[in-house]
Design a protein around this ligand. Sequence first.
Ligand SMILES: Nc1ncnc2c1ncn2[C@@H]1O[C@H](COP(=O)(O)OP(=O)(O)OP(=O)(O)O)[C@@H](O)[C@H]1O
Ligand SMILES: [Mg+2]
Length: 317
Amino acid sequence: MSTSEQPASRAPDSLSRPIATETRGDTGEFDVPEVTDRSGKPKLGPTGRPIREIPEPPMLERHGPARVLAMCNQKGGVGKTTSTINLGAALAEYGRRVLLVDFDPQGALSVGLGIQPHELDQTVYNVIMERSVDICDVIRKTSVENVDLLPSNIDLSAAEVQLVAEVGREHTLLRVLRPVMDDYDYVLVDCQPSLGLLTVNALTASDGVIIPLECEFFSLRGVALLIDTIEKVRERLNPKLDITGILATMFDPRTLHSKEVMARVVEAFGDTVFDTVINRTVRFPETTVAGEPITRWAPRSAGATAYRTLAREVIAR
Ligand SMILES: Nc1ncnc2c1ncn2[C@@H]1O[C@H](COP(=O)(O)OP(=O)(O)OP(=O)(O)O)[C@@H](O)[C@H]1O
Ligand SMILES: [Mg+2]
């Protein structure tokens, strides 16, 4: 099936416009050719669609204001945190300034960047609950150039309950991020596996949602509820919220099951599904132990390459 037959979405249109030279921030204006084989037929990727080679994005001349993306799926263990770290690091390789927000009391994102959450004096919890705390004092640099982190730890679990009593409770994260929006090109919010008030805060603060989806049959079941929640947030709290893309993760090209799930996802969501697919590999659990993104820990691995391709797709969308 050619891309033109897919259900309508923003991607093909925004991908076919010419490259802008002097812009502030990323606008998604790219020329994306399809990759062909020797006979001139388009080569198909794991999504069953023609592979498109997205060129390296132009360097930005000026930075900000940030595009905020929530990495969201209420199902646990689907690759939200892994994708937040590695997409962030890959965007930074393209010269983008990135803030990663750990919005999960488990603090896995902080751990994945080599930080011990229980040793932190102040975290995102203090920023959202105490007006006197300046976000700039809590954001810290990571070992990756151009990637900063707003860390989290178990303290954040209390916020879900405490925020309920606040005025404008859904807008808290949006409010606290405002002062640093001009310092970054991307803010990626790593959500916890739930659709509670913290996740609603992340969606209210975001321009787009990236939904990591494990290539496994049971993963499909929760997606309708997630999309329903996103639509409610769009209607009631944040009209600009959009689904940036669905990212298939833990794909195993050797199994029919993975391919069947992939086909179902593409059938249901069309061009919303990123061309980039993240394969299942033991290298990701290894990087968590190393406390580094895969783009640094194993820069030439297939996993690192995949997240760089994803970064190009995200910039182009
Ligand atoms: N592509 C992959 N291949 C193999 N293992 C992976 C892959 N992506 C992530 N993992 C591993 O799967 C586990 C869950 O990943 P991750 O923590 O990113 O998911 P999550 O959605 O953030 O989970 P949670 O919902 O608990 O926050 C981790 O051990 C991680 O190292
Ligand atoms: Mg996580």
